[in-house]
Design a protein around this ligand. Structure first.
Ligand code: G4P
Length: 532
């Protein structure tokens, strides 16, 4: 095995998705703690607090108790390099989650054992399903009264159309929680509440089922035996291929807060989650595939992270490497011809950022830049590689935006353009009139936008409801059909930041009506950006 193959095959890049409060932060902390990347649990939160108090923009997170911007953290576990991508735990930012998932090879879905899949979370998980990304399920908070675990499995199957394959089976919950049976080995992992938070590989006693009488009462043994028999007969057995194709989810149980089941989860991740995937790309204009151990360094920007350090209004392009061995100082080109010398590539160890000397496929490097790179850009040594773009989704909420001082209108356009390139919101400019229309998937995106326009551009922007409530990208095979459509619907035609035409509608009914009237026009709710 050559160095490249060896290095890429030991990498696991994954994202955690969950509903707010299900325990994502706690699990993240304890995964980092288990991997030795932080010294004390609570560090993620403590650092978060520190950061929040320093930045206006972060106040939104603090007030609403949500995490708006996703970060990445790298640590090692049993000779594997683990890249953990954080996602915003709120449905309003599901587009952000989607973009982050383009950079992940797998996801851990955290469910609160008492709540299961909550309606607001469904949208986030659907985004995951959209990408057919392998999902590992972690049912958290077993140290509290939980729902019947079988009902939780049925919920996963029914709401997400995923085959649940339990790897463990819990015995009781809350005060009656005794631990869980490893269905693969028939060993019982005994639960104990830790005295204090511990670091490193926290293991729990594994008791062969034949000796289980030492910790379970006769009634509990009976309950465990029946439960295990039922799930083994009633649910599919774990199948690696089906998991990796995105049809099956292995189910783990535990308590992130009590550091129980976290190591088993991490071991499961290393064992089951795939190494860096091959990526579809155009190579010199021809459709092909980039392999993780190809020699040429290539990757793509999946996120722009602004204000990581509020003292230095910085902008960092987060690049997921898809192939090759990256070394510091390398010159990379976008497929559009922009050249960048990468002298200060960053990796994120624990919650600290460090300069990195080298990186491989699956790794995420941060490239500081001042607006040169945008979300969806492909980077490679030759400049000949163009990854399939990261899509934009048609916004569901549209607002007219303006500044009181007309002299500042130009600045506002600049701000909206830059923030749109970052993927905060989308900007549309109607062909008639001087209105600026901003679109978002969820209302919280507007709050972030207002704060950032104020903090970074010193502008007080005002948003108003407008007559439009729906938007679709439009295209036609013949120019004359398009011209005819534009001519007859002038007041609804606008351009996005790439100059692509969209149709702004008063409501969904109008979209359907117009689409029926103009069958030669294609109306699409998802746009894949073509990169020149
Ligand atoms: P999030 O990032 O998904 O929003 O969730 P977070 O980890 O912040 O956890 C939400 C709450 O649930 C926290 O309590 C946390 O301590 C608790 N929690 C997480 N995992 C477990 C678990 O396994 N068992 C139990 N019993 N509780 C758990 P909080 O009171 O909101 O915050 P804090 O005061 O503990 O910081």
């Amino acid at each position: 095995m050559n160095e490249l193959t060896q290095e890429t095959s030991r990498r696991r890049t994954f994202a955690i998705i969950s509903h707010p409060d299900a325990g994502k932060t706690t699990l993240t902390e304890n995964l980092l703690l288990t991997g030795g990347a932080i010294r004390m649990a609570g560090a993620v939160r403590a650092r978060g607090e520190q950061r929040r108090t320093k930045s206006d923009f972060m106040n939104i997170e603090k007030e609403r108790g949500i995490s708006v911007s996703s970060a990445v953290m790298t640590f090692e576990h049993r000779d594997n390099v683990i890249n953990l991508l954080d996602t915003p735990g709120h449905e309003d930012f599901s587009e952000d989650t989607y973009r982050t998932l383009t950079a992940a090879d797998a996801a851990i879905m955290v469910l609160d054992a008492a709540k299961g899949i909550e309606p607001q979370t469904l949208k986030l998980f659907e985004v995951c399903r959209l990408r057919d990304i392998p999902i590992i399920t972690f049912i958290n908070k077993m140290d509290r009264e939980a729902q019947d675990p079988m009902e939780l499995l049925d919920e996963v199957a029914a709401k997400l159309a995923l085959d649940p394959a339990p790897i463990f089976w819990p015995q009781g919950s809350g005060q009656r929680f005794k631990g869980m049976l490893d269905l693969r080995t028939n060993e019982f992992v005994a639960f104990s509440r830790p005295v204090a938070r511990q670091q490193g590989l926290i293991t729990h006693d594994r008791i062969p089922i034949s000796e289980i009488g030492t910790i379970l009462s006769a009634a509990e043994q009976e309950e465990l035996k029946n439960g295990a028999e039922l799930v083994q007969g009633g649910y599919a057995h774990f199948d690696l291929r089906s998991f990796r194709e995105g049809h099956m989810t292995p189910v783990f149980f535990g308590s992130a807060l009590r550091q129980f089941g976290v190591l088993d989860l991490l071991d499961g991740l290393v064992q089951y989650a795939p190494p860096p995937h091959n990526s579809k790309a155009n190579i010199k204009g021809v459709a092909g595939e980039i392999h993780a151990d190809d020699a040429e360094v290539a990757g793509f920007v999946f996120k722009i992270q602004a204000n990581m350090d509020p003292n230095h209004r910085d902008r960092i392009a987060m690049v997921r490497l898809a192939s090759g061995k990256f070394t510091r100082g390398m010159r990379l080109k976008t497929s559009g011809g922009k050249q960048i010398g990468v002298h200060n590539p960053m990796m994120f160890v624990g919650q600290d950022r460090e300069l990195t000397e080298e990186a491989y496929a699956g790794d995420i490097i941060g490239i500081p830049n001042h607006g040169v790179l945008r979300v969806g850009d492909s980077l490679s040594q030759s400049g000949n590689i163009n990854f399939k773009g990261i899509p934009n989704f048609a916004p569901e909420i549209l607002r007219r935006v303006f500044v009181k001082d007309p002299l500042k209108a130009k600045h506002l356009v600049k701000a909206l353009q830059a923030l749109s390139e970052e993927g905060v919101t989308q900007l549309f400019r109607p062909e008639i009139g001087a209105d600026l229309i901003v679109g978002a998937v969820g209302p919280l995106q507007f709050d972030v936008l207002v704060e950032r326009i104020k903090a970074e551009y010193g502008l007080l922007a005002t948003f108003e409801t407008c007559t439009f409530n729906g938007v679709r990208w439009i295209a036609a095979a013949n120019k004359s059909d398009m011209d005819n459509f534009v001519d007859r619907n002038k007041s609804g035609i606008a351009r996005d930041i790439d100059g692509d035409a969209v149709f702004l509608a008063k409501n969904n009914w109008e979209i359907g009506y117009v689409a029926e009237k103009f069958p030669k026009i294609a109306f699409t709710a998802i746009k894949e950006r073509e990169i020149a």
